[in-house]
Design a protein around this ligand. Sequence first.
Ligand code: SPV
Ligand code: MG
Length: 431
Amino acid sequence: MKKNKTVYVPLAIDILHSGHLNIIKIAKKYGKVVIGLLSDSAVAEYKAIPSLEYNERYKIVKSLKDVNQIIKQDTWDYSYVLNTLKPDYFIHGDDWKRGIQKKTRKKVISILKKNKGKLIEVPYTKNISSSSIKSDLITHLTPTSRISILKRLIENKTVVRVLESHSPLSGLIAENTKIEKGKKIQQFDAMWSSSLTDSSVKGKPDNQSLDFSSRFSGLGDILDVTTKPLIFDADNGGRLEHLPFAIRTLERLGVSAIMIEDKIGLKKNSLFADQSGAKQDSIKDFCQKINSIKKNRSSQDFLIGARIESFILGKGLNDALNRAKAYSKAGADIILIHSKENNPKEIFSFSKIFKKTKYYKPLVAVPSTYSKTTEEMLVKNGFKIVIYANHMLRAAYPAMQNAAETILKNKRSFELEKKISSVKEVINLIR
Ligand code: SPV
Ligand code: MG
């Protein structure tokens, strides 16, 4: 080790593996090793949130004998640290020459040049990365470790993006679909178990005729093959006396949040134009349900979602705000303000006021009818969680319908072949 030289090594170190040790060993040869340990939110902006929280990762890295110092790297932009620490060497895996980090690399090279620092690129250790270890870990993910992920995502991400999953296969789409946009990888953070699509898949209306037991067994199948957190749409939560049992099952399965809506009587889907006969619960009774969940959950990380139906039932802004305040006080962790308008005006009028109150809790939007509204606009207006509540089913249904009609029309399947997955693709769909 050259005593008077400093080597900066930015790393996420979600799961410490030999690839990291290799980089640190090389770094040590050049001088004093300073690790730029990426914060949870920095990692979460680009890929899945680390399994271990920053403080845990900090302790692990600190115990490594070749590490001299750790600096918290709150962003993937290294300019600040490069200009203040002025390291003699900057070490990075050579995998950043391609893909989303290409631009960051260019910037690092130019700052290093200015400060007379040198870039050392270490060949990427093949077949080992935190992401690949993580995907193998799916079989080891315990329900308790999954429960907490949603809370951490809410704390660390600008927007938590949730996709409806009505089957293990649609759950796998939420799990694996990624696109690269700008410098970031865009993906879904969590799944929504929708009463509407669960009921539709079973050929039943969305009026609670599909009972919790059947829905829970479907949930188990989804959670068996995925790792992302799931929010359960529990309609109005059912009877107060039965709630503790539902909560126990949901936690045991590894569900991260329950969403209950403040409607009573025969349930009607909120997107129906005709809401006659649908009644809103009293604030007092609904708060009792929130209280019961609060009392009966075993993990504080299992979140309580309160869904306000005031706009759906034509009750207006003041009613919605009163309820939000009461539900928040009773212990709701997240608040869904629902709307079936084709624009976000009413939910934005709500968020504008609610976000300034001391009762503020992370807000959830379900932009099914106001689908022109972008995530960016929702975030700007105080929303944190965006649920695409029914889109996997709505995509699958017309595709299946069209396949059936095409076969009927042609009395063979040949005309359909180009429009559907090949058998080979289906066989290879599942690892
Ligand atoms: C669901 O997806 O079942 C919901 C949302 O509860 S909505 O259909 O808009 O009521
Ligand atoms: Mg529902």
